[in-house]
Structure formats: structure tokens, C-alpha cells
Design a protein around this ligand. Sequence first.
Ligand SMILES: Nc1nc2c(ncn2[C@@H]2O[C@H](COP(=O)(O)OP(=O)(O)O)[C@@H](O)[C@H]2O)c(=O)[nH]1
Ligand SMILES: [Mg+2]
Length: 333
Amino acid sequence: MQVVSYSIICLSLLYVGLSCGPPLQDQDREYVGFATLPNQVHRKSVKKGFEFTLMVVGESGLGKSTLVNSLFLTDLYKDRKVLNAEERLAQTVGITKNTVCIEEKGVKLKLNIVDTQGYGDTINNTDSYKCVSDYIDHQFEQYRRDEIGLNRKNIQDNRVHCCLYFISPFGHGLRPLDVECMRALQDKVNIIPVVAKSDGLTYDEVKKKKSRILSEIDKYRLKIYQFPDCDSDEDEEFRRQDMELKRSVPFAVIGSNMVVDVNGRRIRARLYPWGVVEVENPYHSDFVHLRNMLVRTHMQDLKDMTHDTHYESYRLLIESNNTLLPINMSNLH
Ligand SMILES: Nc1nc2c(ncn2[C@@H]2O[C@H](COP(=O)(O)OP(=O)(O)O)[C@@H](O)[C@H]2O)c(=O)[nH]1
Ligand SMILES: [Mg+2]
């Protein structure tokens, strides 16, 4: 009985101490150490490296390969063979995957670029995007099988995290093929629309083209990647940049494989008889916004969306049907 009452007193003292005493200051608290968790996660992910897969879709000749080279300052397509009209007619849509490993300040990024060749080149293009859509499904299927397999610790993530959809600067907004293709891909991948070769358009034309494309996206209820809202604790400058980024969609882009000397600066640019178009100049194009978004600010969100939304829908669909897709990688060269 004595023991019981003694422990009750102790407990009540402890309770009084906790509830009525002055609040514990941070420095008085015992240090458990979990505050280093972010550092641990950071170190682990840096050690493991990052993987990102970007797909470019759009008609041939819209500057997809050139833009990829400009974005990642590489020459991914040194050995490519440009086909003539006859060869292009004979060819079906082909998908190629190139991988580059980029390292910046000790952080390694394995970047996969999936390019679609011959898309929109044939006389009847109804099936052009089928092959692109199948490719995305196959990557999901591969990942799903790896996840339930024995080697799930070392899964290679080849799922397509982002699709840059190239829209021609010469047409009036979206073409029927663009609408069909975006519709076929919208629930499988994060689509980011870009207006290709925008150096051929005046400032007003770019503005009109963008607003027409956006209204068509709305009219046909196409789903493109939605930028997440800014966190409430972000500073003014970040909010301003975020707003500017959202306002730039669809990004009007320019690409170039050429590095030229302009007033002592070595820059990627396009040289014309009447002047120089600078790829990274925000007054000339939205290239910098696009690159910042892809690499600096939204890469992780694109990956999260892919995993949590697109892959999850695929997985649920397959598992509810309980069928396995035969993996056919014949389109992958
Ligand atoms: N005017 C202009 N031409 C470009 C641009 N980007 C690429 N080109 C040119 O367009 C042609 C096709 O480019 P390419 O990257 O092979 O197109 P892809 O077939 O979509 O991969 C090449 O002659 C490029 O030099 C651009 O932003 N503006
Ligand atoms: Mg190309």
C-alpha cells in the first residue's frame, strides 16, 4: 500500500512538473539526435545518385534533339543519321533511349532521354502515339515486376517522369494529332507543352500562340502537368520566380548546338544574318525557365507525381484486371 501511494506521489509530482512548471527551453531539452535525419537522408541519396527520365515527343524537325543537347549541355546525338524522305516514309515510329551521367558538385544524375523518331512523319498518323504510350506502359510494367521480384532493393527506375510535348510554331495552335496524342498520354505521364523554334515568332505572336494553345488545352480538357502551389514559408523571391514559371506555360523554346562568342562571352546561340538569338536569354525565350523547372525546382515533384499518381493508376488497373502485359521491347533500340 505504501509503495503504491509513494509511486502515486512521484507520478503526480512529475505531472505537476510537466504541466505547471516553466516550459522547457530548447537548450534544456535532452538531445536525442533525430534532428540530423535530413542530413542522413541527404547523404544517402547523394551517395545513391539520382535518376530521371525525360521523353521528348513531337513531329520530326521541331528541334527536339537540339533542345535536349542545349538543356543538358551535351551532344547526345553525335552519331545520329538523318534519314531522307523515302527512308522516313518506310520507317515506323522508333523510340531511342540515350543515357548520360552528369555530375555536378559531387551529385550524380543518371539522365535518360527517350526520343521519338518518325512521329507524325507517315501519311496516316493514327498510330503514331500508340507506340509512345506502349513504351510508357512497358516501363511501368517492368518496374511493377521488379517491385514484386527478388531484387527489389536495386530497382532501376526507367519510368518516364516527364514528357516535353513539342508544338509546331507554324500552325494555329494545336493540331488534331497533338490533341489525340496528349489525350492518349495524359494519364500516364506528366506532359509539359512547349512551343518549338520560337525564334521564328515575334513577341506578340508568341503571346497569342500561347494563349490559343492554353484555351485549346482547356477546351479539349487535356491534362498537362500542374505545378504545385508554393509553400507558405517560401520567401518573396521564390514566389515571384514560381509565378513567372507558371505564367510561361507552354514554354516557348529555342535550341542550338552552337556555342558562339558574344562580347567575350561563350554562349549557346543561333546566328542569323540579322543578329544573334541567345538560347539562355530570358528576353529571347523561356528556355531558362524550362531548364530551372526541370532540373532545379520540380524534378522531385515530377518523380513523385509519376510514382504516386501515374504509376499507381497503372498498378491498380493491372492488379484489378490481374493480367500481365507481355513485355515487348522491340521498339527500343
Ligand atoms: N529556328 C530554329 N531552328 C532550330 C531550333 N532547334 C533546332 N533547329 C533546327 O531544326 C532542325 C531539326 O532539328 P532537330 O533537333 O534534329 O529536330 P528533331 O527531329 O525534332 O529532333 C535542325 O536543322 C536544327 O538546327 C530552334 O530553336 N530554332
Ligand atoms: Mg531528333
